[in-house]
Ligand binder design. Sequence first.
Ligand code: GLY
Ligand code: MN
Ligand code: MN
Length: 456
Amino acid sequence: MKHTLLNVEEFKTRRLKLLANIPVGSIAFFPAAKEITRSNDTEYAFCQNKNFYYLTGFNEPDALLILIKSNDDQLQSILFSRAKDPLQEIWHGRRIGQEKAKKHYGFDQCYTLEESDEILLERLTDIKELHYCFGDAPNFGECQTFDQQVSQWLASVKAKVRQGITAPHTLVDCSAVINEMRLIKSDAELDIMRQVNDISCAAHQRAMEKTLAGKFEYQIEAEILHEFARNGARFPAYASIVAGGDNANILHYTNNDDVLNDGELLLIDAGGELAGYAADITRTFPVNGKFTPSQRALYQLVLDVQNAVIEQIIPNINFAQLNAFTCEFLTKGLIELGILSGDLTALIEEKSCKKYFIHGLGHWLGLDVHDAGDYQVNKDKQQLRSFEPGMVMTIEPGLYIPLDDDSVDEKWRGIGIRIEDNILVTDQGHENLTKNAPKSIKAIESLMANAKLKLS
Ligand code: GLY
Ligand code: MN
Ligand code: MN
């Protein structure tokens, strides 16, 4: 399957935008990720550093981007990457090399990593400010952090000051600059996010069709991964959560090794990754295809609040307002179901719904599943950042009642529900990128009934 991916102009524009945000006489460093050993001589699937990827589209480990805004306001982008090496390439795969990097990725200059010490020494001379994302790359070079590597380069420049040069005097964390850029998605990024969401919705639909009592959680996980991969999203954006029954009450359950029981719900939180961009979708449905009355009542409450929240998404609203609305809505609903009791105003004030709605309402989404971007949290932990067109976020209310919670009627115990959609803020309102994953009770039950008919 052919996907629309980002072109070189998109990455060049991003680099220029970053350069526009740093003063003359500055250099910004962005290191690539390293491969990480899984065991002995095998590695985990490579995942590029997302800031580096955002600015380069370059998907090899062991590389470094430097962006220069010289004292006379000249702009330059330089990539250091692995040298071509026929023997290494026969064993481990092709390397892009410097020539192709320059031609296809739009850098002004490309060098090998081995050349970096000497060239950086020269480039850092008479530069005033050195920018990088503090702590962003835990490993760089043989056995040191990127912070240590930066200190080493600085020490080398400073060792030359007696020759009449000046060394950078200021280190600046440029995380905020790049985080803000990443928070507002371009049209090209949104094209990819729509594609990865469509693929991920198809995977959730497949999971519903394939679920039967007696199967194991990992078998349904395999269906999800199959649908991601066969559509081009070869890897999941994060470890899939496939949680039957009470396992859904473990928020980051990833063991996925339990049997699925008749009469229980199955919560699946899974999203594919395409061209670096993540989807993050949760659906909860009955293992046997039919909600019990108590599952139905709790599910409908979560679904109603989720739909009502999504309806309110327009520019200028914020997570704090949506959170307050969610808590009020859930508190009322939980009183009606007899799960909470007491005075509505007092229960809202005490945030008593948080006993069952134990995580946040949502988060930014993009290259990372919990994407970059400031939430502008105040002292009361309210997220006051106003939504703007081009932001993408999840809306994911949930209710979790563990099996051992004897403060509620037995019929509610062992039910964990989350419904999570990915929402784009548009000029006029919003677009639900995950509307193709069934979520109404009617849609889920009829999809599962039809799938069973086909099987029989
Ligand atoms: N899948 C992680 C989350 O929903 O935040
Ligand atoms: Mn999720
Ligand atoms: Mn999420």
